[in-house]
Design a protein around this ligand. Structure first.
Ligand code: LUB
Length: 222
């Protein structure tokens, strides 16, 4: 299946020619910076996080951070892009299980719920997208990747007779994305997503039963 999030990433820059050990160290430092920034963005938000805070979080000088990111906006964009880069990797893993399209959709959304609860890059990317109007840099347009993926999977499910009569794949995809977005946002606001799996499970059971051709088809785990 093609990568619905490819437009969410800038083309990878050719790494400058560096000696291997130095390049490895630069890649590791870049990853450390993303992780530290994500932790702070997820907890405090964009406005209340400074490059100095990020530098101190991993014992770097602010000057050293500037070698990787010229400003806080570019760091925020890198975190959001890494958020979206997670999904094609997840899709590759799920697709390798050989599930049918409907089960693949369920598996992706269930894994996404885990990621929104546990993955700091996912959590930070979600918060930065909420705060996108405060961030003076172009960020990927939200929601479109997931909507495209679920539309593709639901169209494949329809072709395999897995959808109830009259279910429009694109419409169902939009409702699923909006529902998932709302569920994870409300869970974050009320209890830092501690109950996200339970909240997503109850929504999924309702939605799945309303679009599946046969009750209990690929039933969502309770
Ligand atoms: C998802 C968020 C939070 C959509 O795809 C996105 O942009 C999303 C961040 O903006 O939820 C629901 C899967």
């Amino acid at each position: 299946m093609n990568d619905p999030w490819r437009s969410s990433r800038r083309p990878a820059k050719k790494p400058r020619q560096m000696h291997a050990p130095r390049q490895d160290r630069a890649v590791r430092t870049h990853g450390l910076l993303l992780g530290a920034a994500a932790g702070l963005f997820a907890e405090r938000g964009f406005r209340n996080t400074s490059l100095q805070d990020v530098a101190e979080a991993i014992d770097m000088t602010k000057g050293a951070v500037y070698f990787y990111f010229p400003n806080k906006e570019s760091l925020a964009r890198a975190v959001v892009e890494e958020h979206y880069a997670r999904w094609p990797k997840m899709l590759e893993e799920v697709s390798s299980q050989g599930l049918d399209p409907f089960a693949t959709m369920i598996a992706m959304l269930d894994r996404a719920a885990l990621a929104f609860r546990d993955d700091v890059i996912i959590r930070a990317g979600a918060r930065l997208q909420i705060e996108r109007d405060l961030i003076d840099v172009e960020l990927p347009t939200p929601y479109l990747g997931w909507t495209a993926l679920l539309t593709d999977l639901l169209e494949a499910a329809a072709r395999e007779g897995q959808l109830a009569a009259g279910v429009d794949p694109a419409q169902a995809a939009r409702v699923l994305v909006a529902t998932f977005f709302g569920i994870q946002h409300i869970s974050e606001q009320l209890n830092h997503r501690k109950d996200l799996l339970e909240r997503w499970g109850e929504a999924a059971r309702l939605l799945v039963s309303s679009i599946a051709a046969s009750p209990g088809q690929n039933s969502v785990p309770s």
